[in-house]
Design a binder for this molecule. Structure first.
Ligand code: LMR
Length: 396
C-alpha cells in the first residue's frame, strides 16, 4: 500500500536545522531556524523559567489531564497579555482562548475550526510569509493565495499594494497577518498603517487571523501588541495565534494559545464548544508543563517583572547583533549596504541573498540560512558575527 507514497522534501527550515547538527565542520553558524541563542551560542534556560519550575517541583502535583481548553490560569493570563489588563473584551467575555501546541498548533486548530464554519474556505498570506502558514491552511482545506508585502526593489513594505489587494478580497476571506516581527522580512507596519488594515478588514468583512509568535522581540510586550489592541478596539471578530516558544525559550514544550474574539459572550461560548470539539478529536487535551510555567509567571507580579527583564535582555542583544553585522560588513567593504538590517525587527533579517548565495554560504563556510535569504540574527554573537560577515562578503 505504501508504494504510492512519494518522498516528501525536507522541511525548508527544520530540515536545515537537522542538517546543521550533523555537519562535522568545526566552524559553522546556524542562522536557519528562529531560535534565540545567548552570547555563548546556547539556547537559554531563562531565570524566570527556572524559578517557575522550582515552584512547580515544590508543589509535587501529580500529572493529571488538563481540561480540553487548557490550564485556566494560563489561558486567562494570555488574554491579559494580548488585550491588556483592563480590556473591555475580557470584561465582556467576548474572547475565548484555548491552549495549543505552540503557535503552529494554534494556527492549526484555528484553521480546522474556520474550515468547518466557512463554505468555501479561502485564506491569504503575505508575500513572502513563514512557509508553514500555507501548508497549515492548505491541509485544513483552504485555498491559499497571497497579498503583496515585501518590495524587492526598495527592500521596504509595499503598503499601498497590500491595501489594494485586501480591498479586492471576497467577504469572509481569512487574512493571515504577522502582528509584529514579520517572519521572514523583519518589516512591520506602523500603527497608522495597521489602523488602515483594520478599516479595510471591517469594511470588506474579512476575517483577520493574527499570528504573534515574537511578542516582546520587537519593541516590548505592550508595544508589540499594538496591532492586536487596534483590532480589539474595532469591534470586529478575529483570531489570534500566539506562542511562548521564543519569548520564554520554551521551544520543546510546545506552548501557545488560540484566541477567538466574538461579537458577544453567547457567541463566544458556542465558539469555545466548537474549538474543544476540534481539539478533542485531534490530541484530546494539551500537555501541562509549559502551561504551568507560563501560567505561574503571568499571574505573579514578581516573576512577570523578571520575564520583562529577561525579554529586554534578549531583545537588546539582538539589536546589538544587527548593528555589529551591518558594521562588520561595512568595514569589510561589502558590495552591498547592510544598514537595513538594523531597521528590521525581531529575530529575522531578510538579507537579500539569492538562493545560490545561500547555498554557497552553507557549502563553503558552514553558514546556514533559509533559501529565501532569511537569516536568524538572534543566533549571532560576538564570536561568530565577524566570520558570518566575511562569509557573506565572499558570496556577494
Ligand atoms: C522559524 O520560522 O524558524 C520558526 O518559527 C521555527 C519553525 O517552526 O519554523
Amino acid at each position: 500500500i505504501f508504494d504510492v507514497v512519494a518522498q516528501a522534501p525536507e522541511d525548508p527550515i527544520l530540515g536545515l536545522n537537522e542538517a546543521f547538527k550533523t555537519d562535522p565542520r568545526e566552524k559553522k553558524v546556524n542562522l536557519s531556524i528562529g531560535v534565540y541563542c545567548t552570547e555563548e551560542g546556547k539556547v537559554p534556560l531563562l531565570n524566570v523559567v527556572e524559578k517557575a519550575e522550582q515552584k512547580i517541583l515544590e508543589e509535587g502535583a501529580p500529572h493529571t489531564y488538563l481540561p480540553i481548553s487548557g490550564l485556566p490560569s494560563f489561558t486567562s493570563g494570555v488574554q491579559k497579555l494580548l488585550f491588556g489588563e483592563d480590556s473591555a473584551l475580557i470584561k465582556d467575555k467576548k474572547a475565548v482562548t484555548v491552549q495549543s501546541l505552540g503557535g503552529t498548533g494554534a494556527l492549526k486548530v484555528g484553521a480546522d475550526f474556520l474550515a468547518q464554519v466557512l463554505p468555501n474556505p479561502e485564506a491569504i498570506v503575505s508575500a513572502p510569509t513563514w512557509q508553514n502558514h500555507v501548508a497549515i491552511f492548505e491541509q485544513a482545506g483552504f485555498e491559499v493565495g497571497s497579498y503583496p508585502y515585501y518590495d524587492k526593489a526598495s527592500g521596504e513594505i509595499n503598503f499601498p499594494a497590500m491595501l489594494e489587494s485586501l480591498k479586492g478580497l471576497k467577504e469572509n476571506t481569512v487574512v493571515i497577518l504577522h502582528a509584529c516581527c514579520h517572519n521572514p522580512t523583519g518589516l512591520d507596519l506602523t500603527q497608522e498603517q495597521w489602523a488602515q488594515v483594520v478599516d479595510v478588514c471591517a469594511a470588506h468583512k474579512l476575517i483577520p487571523f493574527l499570528d504573534i509568535a515574537y511578542q516582546g522581540f520587537g519593541d516590548g510586550l505592550e508595544e508589540d501588541a499594538g496591532a492586536i489592541r487596534q483590532f480589539a478596539a474595532s469591534g470586529i471578530t478575529f483570531l489570534v495565534a500566539n506562542s511562548f516558544s521564543k519569548s520564554f525559550s520554551l521551544y520543546g514544550e510546545r506552548i501557545g494559545a488560540l484566541t477567538v474574539v466574538c461579537h458577544n459572550s453567547e457567541e463566544a461560548s458556542r465558539v469555545m464548544s466548537a474549538l474543544k470539539a476540534v481539539i478533542r478529536a485531534n490530541y484530546s487535551n494539551p500537555p501541562a508543563h509549559g502551561a504551568k510555567i507560563v501560567g505561574q509567571v503571568l499571574n505573579d507580579p514578581e516573576l512577570l517583572a523578571q520575564w520583562h527583564a529577561d525579554l529586554k535582555e534578549m531583545r537588546e542583544r539582538i539589536k546589538e547583533m544587527r548593528r555589529d553585522l551591518a558594521d562588520e560588513l561595512k568595514a569589510l567593504g561589502a558590495k552591498k549596504d547592510f544598514e537595513f538590517v538594523t531597521r528590521q525587527k525581531g529575530m529575522f533579517s531578510f538579507s537579500g541573498l539569492t538562493p545560490e548565495q545561500v547555498q554557497r554560504l552553507k557549502d563553503e563556510f558552514g553558514v546556514y540560512a533559509v533559501k529565501s535569504g532569511r537569516i536568524c540574527v538572534a543566533s549571532l554573537n560576538k564570536g561568530n558575527v565577524k566570520y558570518t560577515a566575511e562569509a557573506i562578503k565572499e558570496v556577494l
